[in-house]
Design a binder for this molecule. Structure first.
Ligand SMILES: Nc1ncnc2c1ncn2[C@@H]1O[C@H](COP(=O)(O)OP(=O)(O)OP(=O)(O)O)[C@@H](O)[C@H]1O
Ligand SMILES: [Mg+2]
Length: 286
């Protein structure tokens, strides 16, 4: 009897590998009941959301709402107290950040996180190295088979990333001397070099002028439309969110307070209250 019980548990514990068709049918990215606390601060208090395959899902909310914390738990940088992340139907909650990256999750950071002393090209190549079998050190020293892999990566990056994001003119410059808007573009380039299935962008146009913002909006749309990459976008620029996203999730105090199409979300009283306060709600209603 004890043996049967043990066998049944073993059978249920064994996960049958998903076929490619099953993976395609599963939502691209699913977050379920995510909880993350720092001492007494509940950065995430039970957040669930789904990023639609091939769509742009925006995550918005006032300062401190938990948007970056959500990205940090999805990418594996923070370990939540509770909750689950699934990529293509596969539970990745226990995977470390580099495994999640290799499985297709790439991100940019709210505060640009590049190697400032390295050139633009070297920074971007570091993104590509997440997919190579040789390590970055042997690749940079051009050792053996690493040399061939490195050359192929360089060609691919030149065509698919540098030309695409129109940063050819700065490829050999150190990142430290670049204007902030360009640094943000280089960070996007590094994430693209990882050939992600899901691209998470944390405030990609913060600090940019109108023209830079419009360029970035065009790049994000091209990434989604031409490459079919699923985008998860945190942004305070409401014009951009309303223009390019298909679905919007609104966070406040670590909870989802509304979601829907951009036009729907704008009309949710709880969302208006979170952004404009009670007075704002009366003004909108009047
Ligand atoms: N590493 C940390 N240690 C302690 N508290 C943190 C940490 N990271 C985030 N928090 C807290 O968690 C809450 C959510 O922060 P988070 O950075 O996720 O907000 P956000 O929505 O990204 O805000 P913003 O729009 O200002 O970037 C805040 O109260 C913040 O102070
Ligand atoms: Mg943030």
């Amino acid at each position: 009897m004890i043996f049967c019980d043990h066998l049944t548990k073993q059978l249920f514990a064994y996960q049958i590998p998903m076929t490619d068709v099953e993976k395609q049918r599963a939502p691209q990215l699913e977050v379920t009941d995510m909880h993350l606390s720092f001492g007494g601060i509940h950065a995430l208090a039970g957040v669930s959301l789904t990023a639609r395959r091939g769509g742009i899902t925006a995550v918005i909310g006032p300062n401190g709402a938990g948007k970056t914390s959500l990205f940090n738990t999805v990418s594996g940088f923070y370990k939540p107290q509770q909750g689950q992340v699934k990529l293509n139907g596969q539970d990745i909650t226990a995977q470390p950040p580099h495994r999640r990256a290799a499985m297709g999750l790439a991100r940019t950071f709210q505060n640009v996180a590049l190697f400032r002393g390295l050139t633009v090209l070297d920074n971007i190549k570091l993104g590509g190295h997440t997919r190579l079998s040789s390590n970055p050190f042997s690749a940079m020293c051009y050792l053996g088979a690493a040399k061939r892999e490195e050359m192929a990566l360089r060609r691919e990056i030149e065509r698919d990333v540098i030309d695409f994001l129109e940063i050819d003119h700065i490829r050999n410059l150190p990142v430290a001397g670049l204007a902030y808007g360009l640094q943000k573009r280089v960070e996007l380039a590094r994430a693209l070099a990882m050939q992600p299935e899901v691209l998470m962008l944390d405030e990609p146009v913060a600090g940019m002028n109108r023209e830079e913002t419009e360029d970035m909006a065009r790049f994000i749309l091209d990434i989604q439309e031409e490459r079919g990459i699923t985008v998860l976008l945190i942004e305070h620029d409401m014009g951009l969110v309303m223009d390019i996203s298909n679905h919007v999730v609104v966070l406040n105090f670590g909870q989802v307070i509304g979601e829907g199409r951009p036009s729907e979300v704008r009309a949710i009283p709880e969302v208006i209250r979170a952004y404009l306060g009670e007075a704002g709600l009366h003004k909108v209603a009047a």
